[in-house]
Design a protein around this ligand. Structure first.
Ligand SMILES: [Zn+2]
Length: 208
């Protein structure tokens, strides 16, 4: 088995690539960890973690996590560290590239952060994960959702999902559609096809 290729790139706060330039084309045995990278968001990027999950990516976040612990966890788990804190990039494992990392500029706003990360790694949208815990979503039949979904929702919605992680019941309602719109715009912008429309990130889906 060939060794895992290095990350396509990583930016320091000054914008200097600190690892390697992007591949001109994917290697033949394209490593899944590159196609579906996993992330660890710093304490300021909890909203971004939720939206990366909506975009289908595994994004960890721990409220109030200490910087040293964050760097260690990202390194141990092979996750790419996402941070808006320049100080984190001065830490030895990050500076030396042993912990893959990307500096997310401040003041981009949530949808801007999402566009930035999708664009930095050329990430396509994947089947959404639970925004709360990052769990995979399993499709349910209407009958399976019947006991829990509100009657009004059951009468107009056909597609329901259960989060494998936290058990939350979700459905493709108007809120889901707004989220999908934000994600599609972010993917377009990340691929250099920005449209005039900028839909603000709504709150995550909730059970009513
Ligand atoms: Zn969940």
């Amino acid at each position: 088995m060939r060794p895992s290729p290095p990350p396509r790139f990583s930016l320091s706060p000054g914008g200097r690539p600190n690892i390697v330039p992007p591949f001109a084309r994917p290697p033949a045995a394209y490593n899944l960890s590159l196609v579906e990278p996993r992330f660890f968001c710093d304490a300021m990027l909890g909203g971004l973690a939720r939206w990366l999950r909506a975009a289908g990516y595994d994004a960890a976040f721990e409220q109030g996590i200490d910087d040293a612990v964050l760097v260690a966890r990202a390194g141990e788990s092979g996750r790419i560290l996402l941070s808006s804190d320049g100080g984190i990039f001065e830490r030895t494992p990050v500076r030396e590239g042993r912990v893959r990392s990307l500096y997310v500029p401040r003041a981009l706003g949530l949808s801007g952060e999402l566009r930035f990360v999708l664009g930095a790694f050329s990430l396509p949208l994947l089947p959404p994960r639970c925004m709360t815990c990052g769990g995979a979503l399993l499709e349910l039949t209407k009958d399976e959702a019947r006991a829990e979904a509100p009657a009004k929702t059951l009468s107009r919605i056909d597609t329901f999902y259960r989060c494998e992680g936290c058990g939350k019941l979700l459905w493709r309602g108007s809120h889901w559609e707004r989220i999908s719109r934000v994600l599609a715009e972010a993917e377009d912008a990340a691929r250099g096809r920005p449209s005039d429309a900028i839909t603000a990130c709504p709150d995550e889906p909730r059970r009513s």
